[in-house]
Design a binder for this molecule. Structure first.
Ligand code: AR6
Length: 190
């Protein structure tokens, strides 16, 4: 890939630490389960912050398959919308976990573009209760996003990866450096 194109893509992707429920973006992504009726982890946090109307709308969606995504309004969140996606449970899909996790990112990005969103924030899908190793998951998250943007046609201007567990931030940063072939941060400061 030409350096300029790689830099253009890179400049849209941000790795941050913190709570996804307070991100001021067009849409935050929820790492949901197939029922779409709430749960623990980031799913629970998003429902608490959005308020009960989110669950009411989720009832109308009739669930979601692994790797697919569906959108609702954001209600009390700063984000205007929530894109609900269902990550794979690690070790339960007979080797199709990576493909399914990539589908979560790709399908969420496609929905964002179909709706004309300019900004989106992702949590680290499947790496909590669903047990996906974060290093492998971060590669899929960032590589899938890079490929999606490289295809052209996306109007997204900002894609945030919100890390929550201490340590995940560094894992994502390292993967970001590998994927965009940047020198380590330390050597680029001097
Ligand atoms: N902001 C950002 N990330 C968060 C937040 C937050 N407020 N809270 C947790 N995380 P998980 P999964 C991180 O378990 O592995 C639910 O019960 C968390 O530390 O939320 O896809 C669903 O209903 C981890 O790094 O999602 C499903 O049943 C990441 O988000 C199941 O869990 C994902 O962890 C889905 O499991």
């Amino acid at each position: 890939m030409p350096v300029i194109k790689s830099l253009q893509i890179m400049s849209k992707i941000v790795i941050i630490k913190g709570d996804i429920t307070v991100r001021q973006v067009d849409a935050i992504v929820n790492a949901a389960n197939k029922t779409l009726l709430g749960g623990g982890g980031v799913d629970g946090a998003i429902h608490r912050a959005a308020g009960p109307k989110l669950l009411e709308e989720c009832w109308t969606l009739r669930g979601c398959n692994t790797g697919e995504a569906k959108v609702t309004k954001g209600y009390n969140l700063s984000a205007k919308f929530v894109i609900h996606t269902v990550g794979p449970i690690y070790g339960r899909l007979g080797g199709r976990e990576a493909e399914m996790l990539a589908n979560c990112y790709r399908n969420s990005l496609k929905i964002a573009d179909a709706r004309g969103f300019k900004s989106i924030a992702f949590p680290s899908i499947s790496t909590g209760a669903y047990g996906y190793p974060v290093q492998k998951a971060s590669q899929i998250a960032l590589q899938t996003t890079k490929e999606y943007l490289a295809e052209g046609g996306s109007k997204l201007e900002l894609i945030e990866f919100v890390t929550f567990v201490p340590g995940d931030y560094r894992v994502y940063l390292r993967t970001y450096q590998e994927i965009f072939q940047l020198p380590p941060i330390e050597s680029s400061i001097s």
